[in-house]
Write a protein that binds this ligand. Sequence first.
Ligand code: NAD
Length: 502
Amino acid sequence: MNANLKESISENAVTQFLGQETVPMFIGGQFVSPEGCKTIDVVNPSNAEKLTQIFAGNATQVDQACKAADKAFKTSNWATMPVEQRSALLMKLADLIEENAETLGALESLDVGKPLAGAIEGEIPFSAGAFRYFAQVALDYDKYSDPLDVDGMDSHYVRVPYGVCGFIFPWNFPFLLLAWGTSAALAAGNTVVVKPAELTSLSTLYLCKLVKEAGIPDGVFNVVTGYGVDSGMPIAEHPLVRKMAFTGSPEVGRMIAETCGRNLLPLKLELGGKGAAVIFDDVDVKETAKSLAEIITSNTGQVCCTASRWLVHENIYEEFSSEVSKALGKTVIGNSHGDSTQMGPVVSEVQRQRILGYQQKGLDQNAELVVEGKALSPEGSEDGFYLTPSLLKGDSDNICFKEEIFGPSAFLVSFNDEDSAIDIVNSSSYGLANSVWTKDLDRAKRVAEKMVVGNAWINAHNVFAYGLPYGGVNLSGMGGGVNSLETFEDYLRGQTVARPLT
Ligand code: NAD
């Protein structure tokens, strides 16, 4: 990251945005500061300092947002305008996201603790891509079926938007997940009410300014901030919401699903994971070890689909263990705005204690320590929530092999043949993303297809592209996933139109 860029960031929109007494919500096209509403401190995980504060919203603001979204669906021309016009507005929003990448990336980096350059040059432009992709999908999409082949009927099928779609997001990729979810719903002609995570709401709130600037009608995009119980659940409970999408933990996903079930509200769930990487003995051990070390430390391991269960063929187990330990030890850990930082802090002290607590529980269940995870206080950022990556090894029934830790913590298990590797992989209750590493592409494809998982990757992990469906099965989610034509169709309801000819 060059010094000029940093300088320009610190003096511009970021400072102004953070300088607001409390960052307002966005309801019906207005920036709203509800009187008497409690607030939540927003903390920079790199130094534990307060950045600003947001409102702790409740059912009152959710009700206002849902009514505004419903009104916009029914009375603005968002749902009915020619698709060319709606897609042009979303393309304009994508342009504005790219033009504001430095500001958005800086906010994301300060809020979550992720390295600045990756946020500005990677996540933010990639997020803009979601709006572009779904704007194009909408343009190419024919909402009418051909006439149906039914005797005695003039009939066809048409797909129309639902109306108000509710979204609740987690804290690890606030902007990217917001883009992945809402872009499809908006492109299909719906209006949205969004509840970002209370820990990391800033980039979502900044987007509201760009939504307005793009000329998207008031009420189409609404944001209510706050804690889950107070401002998330009321969205799922609201009678005007017609489709719900939740991204987060399976525990909360289940609660949202129960609520939606009671109200017969259709729901999409993108939940947690416990990704496996199966590494055969024909790989370049050093290169593969380096890749896996990069994968588990990316976003400080706070990635739903990361590979944290490493199944390594017994012939290369010791060598891999040694190479990956060296690679993990080289990770440059520091302030999210540090020039050479590869891995920033975790998002909060609670998260740091959770990760270190898991390590202890794993050791209590007889795992062996290969690389110890420790709290860290880098010079100049002593109060931040830093820790070093960790690696345990042992049996596949260890708690650290089975449960999602959500940190830079991996677990090594050895295997001796393909079938036993697949059995171990599929012993997980999760089913988000796994990978297989081998030079034998026939074997790679065979193993990939036998994994019970939404995404099976070959010689790579964390593979995302627009047009490539991404979603989970079992504890990892249901309802179609993100980033594909199917996602767009998830935000359209089908309607049969029929006229008997007799
Ligand atoms: P979380 O489930 O604790 O919170 C997610 C969101 O739900 C937050 O906005 C939170 O405020 C809200 N929430 C919490 N309790 C609620 C309640 N009772 N009612 C309504 N809303 C409530 O998850 P998290 O800690 O923010 O994120 C980590 C989890 O998210 C991990 O399990 C991770 O794997 C998962 N995740 C999944 C994906 C995916 O695409 N599958 C992507 C990112 C993260």
